[in-house]
Design a protein around this ligand. Structure first.
Ligand SMILES: Nc1nc2c(c(=O)[nH]1)N[C@H]1C(S)=C(S)[C@@H](COP(=O)(O)O)O[C@H]1N2
Ligand SMILES: [Mo]
Length: 355
């Protein structure tokens, strides 16, 4: 639609709605800027909500949802302005942009499915993990899209229209998130029972029902538990010693795949195995998977050998795994073979493992 035609359709529609006067008055450059902000904001808040295991996570999750809905709120404006013009230009690469748009919408739809609980996925393909995989796949497309059609913010874009239009769109997104949250409660969908991290509960105090998962593609090692060697600061720690000194601690494992489960773990605090004044300690799995913790957490991070007085299942990390209350799933290293003090700071590692 041309500017003139758009103007006419507005006048024929009679009184201009609040929406047309706010979001409708954004220029196509401004819509693009807001979309770039919403998508990058969604990436950042999504990753932070994964890294945070405490009550703060709630706000990151809410902000993340708002960014996602903001993309949907702006989609019609985007379609009316740049998409039509872009398709008319018939560049062969327009299909990459179309694919990008479809993936973004599918990502938002999966996030919606997860958070409302209408569909939480099957097996490995939980709706949240699939949501992440699609988002991850879309990042190169996003980079290409921005690079091939650069929207350099200009001072003229930062006008009252952007403030009012962007504000209205963001407010609409926030209200939608709150309304969906409320509706989920009223209708009694599974999403109402979610933890502050956004995860759904599965198999608490029932280890047989608790899922066994890996971060990406890690696999249980073949070594038999009776041949297992656990080394702490280089010294062999007999598993029987751990088993006899273990005591129960209730703790929630909250997987970034979007589920959580509480168990009564049989544990020994790391501080009882490791002494000294190193800055951090490295926990290594037989598979090569590893995480580094700050030494101040040695009292609140545990090695577990069982739950409910039973031994761990292989899938749950037998014979020894980490139990790290308040930290998200990736920290709960399974099949531990070594715990080593180190002077490197705990944050000197990838934020998430690579396997
Ligand atoms: N060695 C190893 N430990 C691991 C993982 C992994 O892939 N490899 N995945 C982590 C993640 S992301 C989660 S959620 C928990 C899952 O533990 P579970 O399989 O006992 O439910 O293990 C953690 N520990
Ligand atoms: Mo996980």
């Amino acid at each position: 639609m041309t500017e003139v035609a758009e103007q006419q359709s507005r006048t024929t529609a009679g009184r201009r709605s609040l929406w047309t006067r706010t979001v409708g008055s954004l220029s196509s450059r401004q819509v693009n800027l807001l979309l770039a902000a919403a998508t990058s904001g969604a990436v950042v808040t999504g990753l932070v909500s994964w890294a945070v295991g405490t009550g703060w996570s709630r706000w990151w999750t809410a902000l993340h949802a708002t960014c996602g809905v903001l993309v949907v709120v702006l989609a019609p404006a985007k379609a009316r302005r740049s998409v039509r013009a872009g398709m008319r230009r018939r560049r062969p690469t327009r299909w990459i942009s179309v694919a990008f748009g479809v993936i973004v919408m599918a990502t938002v739809a999966l996030g919606f499915a997860h958070s409302t609980g209408v569909w939480t996925g099957v097996g490995y393909w939980t709706s949240l993990w699939t949501h992440f995989l699609l988002a991850f796949a879309s990042v190169p497309l996003l980079v290409w899209h921005l690079w091939s059609r650069p929207v350099r913010p200009k001072a003229v874009d930062l006008d009252r229209r952007l403030l009012i239009g962007g504000g209205a769109a963001a407010a609409a997104a926030a209200v939608t998130v709150a309304a969906v949250e409320g509706a989920v409660r009223v209708v009694g969908l599974d999403g109402a029972e979610r933890r502050f991290t956004g995860s759904h509960e599965i198999g608490s105090f029932d280890p047989d029902v608790m899922p066994t998962v890996s971060w990406i593609d890690d696999r249980a090692p073949a070594t038999r538990p009776e041949d297992w060697e656990l080394r702490v600061d280089g010294l062999l720690v007999p598993l029987d010693d751990l088993r006899s000194s273990a005591r129960p601690v209730d703790a929630v494992l909250d997987c970034t795949g979007g589920w959580w489960s509480e168990q009564r773990w049989d544990v020994v605090p790391i501080s009882e195995l490791l002494a000294g004044d190193a800055a951090s300690f490295d926990v290594m799995s037989a598979t090569g998977y590893a995480r580094r913790f700050p030494m101040r957490d040695a009292e609140s991070v545990f090695v577990a050998v069982g739950y409910d007085g039973r031994r761990l299942r292989r899938g749950h990390g037998a014979p020894v795994r980490i139990v790290a209350p308040g930290r998200r799933g990736p920290w709960w290293v399974k099949w531990v073979v070594s715990i080593e003090p180190t002077d490197r700071p705990w944050w000197f590692q990838l934020p998430f493992p690579l396997t």
